[in-house]
Design a protein around this ligand. Structure first.
Ligand code: GLN
Length: 485
């Protein structure tokens, strides 16, 4: 087994015993990137030399006490790292590489814990999408089938983890961007409670929904990473001061007597029968571990997609206003006047999907339409949130598929963005409610494509989700299957 395919726990054990060096581990990941990334297109910026310097420093110091010390990872291309090009996979920042003068809180905390960032991975432009097809670097392919998407927007992160290019990757999740690609690529992804992790230094999409999380090979690894990432950050006023529990010890809690709810709105006709069958089989495994499974209802689920696709574009349109080509990013020569400058910078810099959303958002926020769309959407959002509150009085966690289908073909939705938006139907509701969701592999389709489950829990109960997910991974081996590349 090559070191790049280790889990964090396996690598940590060997690093600590000095049976593996941080440099060997990193070189193994770099070699893997060099061997497979030409066909996958995950890595959009390589930071290998400075990462190797870090690894050598760690080897000399011999300090491998922290579980993340010497662990190589890749960051979605929206995490600012000082001096490292960060583009949100948009021409508006790529043209004249944006070099952040500071670190995001997450990458800073990881650095303090000894983790080594060695590159940036692909995302849909400004994380708008579910396939990486809107990236200015082109699509990331699914490691299980190169004709299919890896999902998105954290598709580069999910594919890189599943292909063993790194030990873990950072992602962001606004409406499903960690959970859906985790499902498509067969890895584990945690979307946290809104406010659990700091967003400082991460490029925004929709500020009332954005969360920072991670994609990993196992639930155990995800718990170790979140331990370092989570918690109050003075630089992000939306982070919560709710104490961060010890995620590692919560992995070993028994799930006997745990109540799991299956919401009937997620087991509908439009969903692929193989997906439904795999999720039901997962429910059986939980039952065999002593949990009770009951049917529940989340009646406003059907309004989730429409609600989200008003709120998210509105907030995007406001967040994108800062990209004006004046302070950084794309510029154009010889403008006639300021307006001409803005128009040309933004029409050349932004891609079609981001433009579409800026237009929808600006329209829905304009005087006269605000009440009709944005305010109305916020009201429906409250109803969606209330559905979960009611359901979580009756059950401890909710079990659903991560997406209605396995990874779709590249280009399948190019002519029909609304069809693409429907792929998010199962991840959006928990995002609207600000709840944590854990995605993990639960099977394969007859075409050998991964299928994922999502566990949704109460606010700030990532610990509970980790416990339930870990119990599942102790009983199954879906998470240890590898794509042939
Ligand atoms: N696919 C969803 C969208 O396009 C979710 C994206 C995300 O979570 N960043 O908005």
């Amino acid at each position: 087994m090559e070191p790049c395919s280790y889990t964090i726990s396996q690598a940590h054990d060997l690093l600590k015993k000095r049976k593996l060096s941080a440099e060997e581990l990193l070189r193994s990941c770099i070699k893997r990137v060099e061997n497979v990334d030409q066909s996958l297109n995950c890595v959009v910026h390589r930071n290998f030399d400075s990462a190797l310097t870090e690894a050598k420093k760690l080897d000399t110091s011999g300090n491998f006490d922290s579980p993340l010390s010497g662990i190589p990872y890749l960051a979605k291309d929206v995490f600012c790292e000082k001096g490292v090009p960060t583009t949100a996979c948009s021409n508006i920042l790529r043209d004249k590489d944006y070099l952040p003068p500071f670190d995001s809180t997450t990458t800073k905390r990881l650095k303090t814990a000894g983790a080594i960032s060695f590159g940036k991975v692909n995302t849909d432009e400004f994380t708008c999408g579910g396939s990486t097809e809107s990236s200015c670097f082109g699509v990331t392919k699914c490691p299980w089938n190169l004709e299919r998407v890896s999902g998105g927007s954290s598709g580069g992160s999910a594919a890189a983890v599943s292909a063993d290019e790194c030990l873990f990757a950072l992602g962001t999740d606004t409406g499903g961007s960690i959970r859906q690609p985790a499902g498509y690529c067969g890895c584990t992804g945690i979307k946290v409670t809104y406010g659990r992790t700091s967003r400082f230094g991460v490029m925004s999409y929709a500020s009332s929904l954005d969360t920072i999380g991670t994609l990993a090979k196992t639930v155990e690894d995800a718990a170790l990473i979140l331990q370092t990432m989570a918690g109050k950050d003075p630089l992000d006023g939306t982070t919560s001061s709710v104490p961060v529990p010890d995620y590692f010890s919560s992995l070993h809690t028994s799930i006997k007597g745990l109540k799991i709810g299956l919401p009937k709105e997620y087991f509908i006709e439009g969903a692929d029968p193989e997906v439904i069958a795999s999720v039901r089989a997962a429910a059986k495994i939980f039952e065999s571990l002593g949990a009770t499974v009951t049917d529940i209802s989340l009646p406003h689920t059907t309004y989730g997609v429409a609600t989200y696709y008003v709120i998210a574009p509105c907030e995007l349109s406001s967040n994108m206003a800062r990209y004006d080509g004046v302070r950084y990013g794309h510029t154009v020569p010889h403008p006639e006047n300021l307006l001409d400058y803005y128009e040309r910078v933004r029409s050349e810099g932004f891609g079609a999907e981001v433009k579409r959303r800026i237009m929808i958002g600006t329209y829905a926020l304009s005087a006269g339409y605000f009440d009709q769309y944005y305010r109305k959407a916020q009201k429906v959002r409250t109803l969606v949130k209330k559905d979960f509150e009611d359901a979580l009085q009756k059950v401890d966690v909710i079990l659903t598929p991560t997406a209605p289908t396995p990874a779709f073909k590249i280009g399948a939705h190019t002519d029909n963005p609304v069809q693409a938006y429907l792929e998010d139907a199962f991840t959006i509701p928990a995002s609207l409610a600000g709840l944590p969701g854990l995605a993990l592999p639960c099977g394969f389709s007859s075409g050998n494509l991964p299928i994922g489950i999502q566990l949704i829990g109460p606010q700030f109960r990532e610990d509970l989700l980790f416990g339930v997910g870990h119990a599942f991974q102790q009983e199954t081996d879906w998470h240890s299957r590898k794509p042939k590349l």
